[in-house]
Design a protein around this ligand. Structure first.
Ligand code: GLU
Length: 427
C-alpha cells in the first residue's frame, strides 16, 4: 500500500505508515547526527515473517489468510508488540508498527526491542470458531519465532484476552510446558495482570495531564474529543472524565457524537457492550459526521483509532485543539505534523502517549517470570510513575534540541537503541 495524495497547496501525505516512520527517523537522525552504521541498522527490520494460513471455515470452504510478524529490533531485549486483525494489515503497516514498538519500549524504559504481528482478516465477519482456528494456526506458524526471551506478542487492534488465551494454549501444547509468559494481555486466570486492560488509555490520560501542566491548561476547564471507542479510546475518555476533562465528542467506525454538556462515557461504554461493540444508535449526543470529531472546537483531541487520521490533505489545517494526545499508533502524518507545529499545536506522540499498555505488559511478563502477582493499586502506581518519567524525558529532550515532542521522542529512542547496538557490537 503506497497511496500518495496531493492537496491544492502542494502538501502531500505518503499515507504509507512505514514511510511516515522513516520521515521522522530521518529528521531525528540528522539532528543528533546519528552514527551512519547505526542508522543503517535501525532503519530496517531485523526479521520479517510472512505466512499463508489455510483455515477451514464454518461453511466447509478453505480460506487462506495472510499472516505477518515483523521484528524490528532486539538491540535492547526480546522483541515485544501486539498482533492485529484487520483488512488493512499489510507488510508496510506491520513494519512501521514494529519500529514504533522498538522506539516505544526504549522511551518507556522497559528492557525490550520491538515487533508487531498482523493477520489480514475481517474479524467481525468471522465466527468464534473461525477466529480460534486462525489464531491457533498463526501461533503454530510462529512457534519458532515467539519465545518468552525472544518475541512476546500482545493484543492490538481487534484482538484481546481471548486471542491471547488461545495463543498460550497453542504455544504450551507445542512446547510441552505451560508458558503464560509467551504473551501479555492474557485473562487474569491465565497469569494476566491487573490493570492491563485499562493501561493504555490510563497512560494516554497521564501523558495528557502532564502536557496540560506544562502548557498551563487546567484539566477541569478543558474539553476533549476522542476518536475511536475500542479499548484505548473508551478508557481514555473515561479517564479524562475522572480527571475533570469534559469529553464532548466521541466516535467509532460506525458513528460519531457531540454533546456540549459532556457525554456520559459510562453510558456509552455500556451501550457499546450491549450493541455488538459499536456506538451506532447511541442516544447520548447529537449525531455528527465521523470526520468532524477531530476538528471539533475543543482543547484536546485524542485520536485512538488507527494510522493516518490527521493528514495535510484532509484535516490538519482544520484542527482547533491546542493539544493532541495520540492513543493510536501513527494517527498523524509527517506533513500534518508540519502544519500543526506551525499552528503551535502540541502533539504528545504515539510512541510516548500510548506506552502505558506495553509498560503494564512488561509488569505482566515480570509477574509471570517471578510467579508473584501485584495488586491493581501497585500496578497503576508504578505505571503512572513510569509514564510521568517517560514524558519528562521526552519533554526535556525537546527542550534540549528545540524540537517537537515527536522528534524528541525519536531522538530519545534512537540514542538509547544506539547504545544497545554499539555496546553489543557487530560483525
Ligand atoms: N499493542 C499495544 C501497542 O501498540 C501493546 C503492545 C504490548 O503490550 O506488547 O503498544
Amino acid at each position: 500500500m503506497n497511496k500518495t495524495t496531493k492537496k491544492g497547496n502542494n502538501a502531500t501525505d505518503s499515507i504509507n505508515p512505514f514511510e511516515e516512520m522513516i520521515a521522522r527517523l530521518n529528521m531525528a537522525a540528522s539532528i543528533v547526527k546519528l552514527d551512519k552504521d547505526v542508522y543503517e541498522i535501525i532503519k530496517s527490520p531485523e526479521k520479517q515473517i510472512h505466512v499463508s494460513l489455510p483455515i477451514k471455515m464454518d461453511n466447509g470452504s478453505t480460506v487462506v489468510f495472510e499472516g505477518h510478524r515483523v521484528i524490528h529490533s532486539t538491540a535492547l531485549g526480546p522483541s515485544k508488540g501486539g498482533i492485529r486483525y484487520s483488512m488493512d494489515v499489510n507488510t508496510d503497516e506491520v513494519k512501521a508498527l514494529a519500529a514504533w514498538m522498538a522506539f516505544k519500549c526504549a522511551i518507556a524504559d522497559i528492557p525490550y526491542g520491538g515487533a508487531k504481528g498482523g493477520i489480514k482478516c475481517d474479524p467481525r465477519s468471522m465466527s468464534k470458531g473461525e477466529l480460534e482456528r486462525l489464531t491457533r494456526t498463526y501461533t503454530a506458524a510462529m512457534a519458532d519465532i515467539f519465545g518468552v526471551d525472544k518475541d512476546i506478542p500482545a493484543p492490538d487492534m481487534n484482538t484481546g484476552q481471548q486471542e491471547m488465551a488461545w495463543i498460550v494454549d497453542e504455544f504450551s501444547k507445542i512446547s510441552g510446558a505451560f508458558t503464560p509468559g509467551i504473551v501479555t494481555g492474557k485473562p487474569l486466570h491465565l497469569g494476566g495482570s491487573l490493570g492491563r486492560v485499562e493501561a493504555t488509555g490510563r497512560g494516554v490520560v497521564v501523558s495528557a495531564l502532564q502536557a496540560m501542566e506544562k502548557l498551563g491548561m487546567d484539566p477541569t476547564k478543558c474539553t476533549a474529543a476522542v476518536q475511536g471507542f475500542g479499548n484505548v479510546g473508551s478508557i481514555t475518555a473515561m479517564h479524562f472524565v475522572k480527571h475533570g476533562v469534559k469529553v464532548v465528542g466521541i466516535s467509532d467506525h460506525t458513528a460519531a457524537f457531540y454533546n456540549e454538556k459532556g457525554i456520559d462515557i459510562q453510558k456509552a461504554i455500556a451501550y457499546r457492550d450491549k450493541n455488538k461493540g459499536v456506538l451506532k444508535g447511541f442516544k447520548g449526543g447529537t449525531l455528527i459526521k465521523n470526520e468532524e470529531v477531530l476538528t471539533l472546537k475543543v482543547d484536546v483531541i485524542a485520536p485512538c483509532a488507527m494510522e493516518d487520521q490527521i493528514t495535510a490533505r484532509t484535516n490538519a489545517h482544520k484542527i482547533k485543539a491546542k493539544l493532541i494526545v495520540e492513543g493510536a499508533n501513527g494517527p498523524t502524518t509527517a506533513n500534518a505534523d508540519k502544519i500543526l507545529n506551525d499552528k503551535g499545536v502540541t502533539i504528545v506522540p504515539d510512541i510516548l502517549a500510548n506506552g502505558g499498555g506495553v509498560t503494564v505488559s512488561y509488569f505482566e511478563w515480570v509477574q509471570n517470570r517471578t510467579g508473584y502477582y501485584y495488586s491493581e493499586d501497585e500496578i497503576n502506581k508504578r505505571a503512572d510513575n513510569w509514564m510521568k518519567k517517560a514524558f519528562e524525558n521526552v519533554w526535556q529532550t525537546s527542550v534540549k534540541y528545540k524540537v517537537s515532542m515527536r522528534i524528541a521522542a525519536y531522538i530519545f529512542a534512537l540514542e538509547k537503541i544506539e547504545k544497545g547496538i554499539k555496546s553489543r557490537g557487530s560483525y
